[in-house]
Design a protein around this ligand. Structure first.
Ligand code: CP
Length: 310
């Protein structure tokens, strides 16, 4: 495995996280450094994506590199039966970095085991989405001025939502208090609650999305119910509309509260929230560009501060 790979947020330290945030800030101020001249990056998306793929590809383009890849695996030889192992080994012949999204949990880890090319996990099933976590942390830091001692409420699909799993793990360094708002079917999985227990993280579970929970939060992290992960569509129909945030529900919230959502949203945030100064999800997605520029450089072993003579 190439040690520059980013498969799980749990693989990197507090110092790594803070260092990446500092570099994301640099890229926000200087987005067009041409430091990837001659580098080719593959984006292999076996699952649909808008933000993750396009922001990674924009990041490479803005840094002067080239992108190859696919956004629809049905157009590739995997539809003829080529294995993931063979696909990764083939692509490794052509590129300096692989950015991969796959519907199977553990697929990115597996990819690192069959190639020496660095791999960035752009989401593997319901497991991890570490680059999303870096942009979430960057967004939290920008809006709160700190990462420590925050109360974060996660709402919606806490079972299948890989973004909440990654974020929860990353926050272990920053003494958070979590509120988990979900129906019985979509509760935070046991393994993540055990992770909280092991790391001394306070958490409270709720089935009701109450004013009290909202008003005690610094970050309200809304999530989409992940239809694609359900085996029983009737169960999806039963739970898909349980939690919707409307603008009036923010009336008693803290001045510093910000509403985050990894997007895409379906109907868990009403459109009237978009006009609230507390809505931050579109800016959050923009932060993805800067966070991913920092992640790409780390994966390729490029020190932007050195390159920029800082
Ligand atoms: N947040 C996120 O992963 O969005 P996409 O599925 O559009 O990439």
């Amino acid at each position: 495995m190439n040690s520059n790979s980013l498969v799980s947020i749990d693989d990197i330290s507090r110092d790594d996280i803070l260092d990446l945030l500092e570099r994301a800030r640099f890229f926000e101020e200087h987005p067009d450094h041409k430091i990837l001249d001659g580098k080719v990056v593959a984006t292999l998306f076996f699952e649909p994506s808008t933000r993750t793929r396009l922001s990674f590809e924009t990041a490479v383009n803005r840094l002067g590199g080239r992108v190859i890849g696919f956004s629809d695996a049905s157009t590739t030889s995997s539809s003829k039966g080529e294995t993931l192992k063979d696909t990764i080994k083939m692509v490794s012949n052509y590129v300096d970095l692989i950015i991969m999204r796959h519907y199977l949990e553990g697929a990115a880890r597996y990819a690192t085991e069959v190639t020496d090319t660095p791999v960035i996990n752009a989401g593997d099933g319901a497991n991890q989405h570490p680059s999303q976590t870096m942009l979430d942390l960057y967004s939290i830091f920008k809006t709160q001025g700190k990462l420590d001692n925050l109360t974060i409420t996660m709402v919606g699909d806490l079972k299948y939502g890989r973004t909440v799993h990654s974020l929860l793990m990353a926050m272990r360094y920053f003494n958070p208090t979590f509120h988990f708002v979900a129906c019985e079917e979509l509760r935070m999985p046991k393994e993540y609650k055990e992770f909280c227990d092991k790391n001394g993280i306070r958490y409270h579970e709720h089935t009701e999305f109450t004013p009290e929970v909202i008003n005690n939060s610094d970050i309200l992290y809304m999530t989409r119910v992940q239809r694609e992960r359900f085996t029983d569509i009737m169960e999806y129909e039963r739970v898909k509309n349980l939690y919707t945030l409307r603008a009036d529900m923010l009336a008693g919230s803290r001045p510093n509260l910000r509403v985050l959502h990894p997007l895409p949203r379906v109907n868990e945030i009403a459109y009237d929230v978009d006009d609230s100064p507390k809505a931050y999800y579109f800016e959050q997605a923009r932060n993805g560009l800067y966070a991913r520029q920092a992640i790409i450089c780390r994966a390729l072993g490029i020190d932007i501060f050195k390159e920029a003579n800082l």
